[in-house]
Ligand binder design. Sequence first.
Ligand SMILES: CC(C)(COP(=O)(O)OP(=O)(O)OC[C@H]1O[C@@H](n2cnc3c(N)ncnc32)[C@H](O)[C@@H]1OP(=O)(O)O)[C@@H](O)C(=O)NCCC(=O)NCCS
Length: 194
Amino acid sequence: MSSSMGDEVSDRSVALMAPDRALLERLRPVAERIFTETFGRLYDPGDFKRFCDGAYRPGGTMSRDFDDPRVHWRVATVQGDPIGYAKLTPLRAPASRPRAGAMELQQIYVLSDWHGAGVAARLMEWGLATARAQGAPDIYLTVFDHNERAKRFYARYGFEEVGRCTFQLGERIDDDRIWRARLDGLKADELGDP
Ligand SMILES: CC(C)(COP(=O)(O)OP(=O)(O)OC[C@H]1O[C@@H](n2cnc3c(N)ncnc32)[C@H](O)[C@@H]1OP(=O)(O)O)[C@@H](O)C(=O)NCCC(=O)NCCS
């Protein structure tokens, strides 16, 4: 996004909030739209629709995560309308030798109109601060290996690749990467990592 006066006004109107159920209901289709604009082209349309139904329908995985008190959320809104979100969970990725209490940034999704506008940065800063406040020594995430924009963004916050995992949608199995950022300032060699 350019730095014209109009865009700066829009940026300032972005609010971050913990969602109540009503906002979560309005976020579900937006989350599906972001997921579709980012990854939809990669998959068989029928498989993709089935996956989205499971994740984003009422009562699907997104709604179930909302009911889990260990899952933390922040939604970015403009004039009350969701434009992106981030979700922080206990570690779920199959990381090797994680430290106790590690957390995972499960999703950081922003509508394409708002990429480069600092919205994702604010969501990331919330995720890092919240994980620290929970006492997490490390924060993990998984990323599709070809998602160059996301990888560049994560690297800015000190995330590094520490492993691999797979993501299956329909018949297709993708090679994802596990990335980690230390939250306690220690470097890998100070921790005896392999
Ligand atoms: C990933 C995401 C959260 C990043 O937020 P953003 O606002 O787009 O990030 P920024 O613009 O601040 O930073 C992106 C970085 O990638 C760079 N970049 C932009 N397009 C790129 C491309 N096609 N290839 C490589 N790098 C790219 C930018 O220059 C910037 O790097 P820099 O800070 O070193 O200059 C956002 O793009 C998004 O929501 N994407 C769709 C959903 C998604 O992929 N989520 C992550 C799933 S793991």
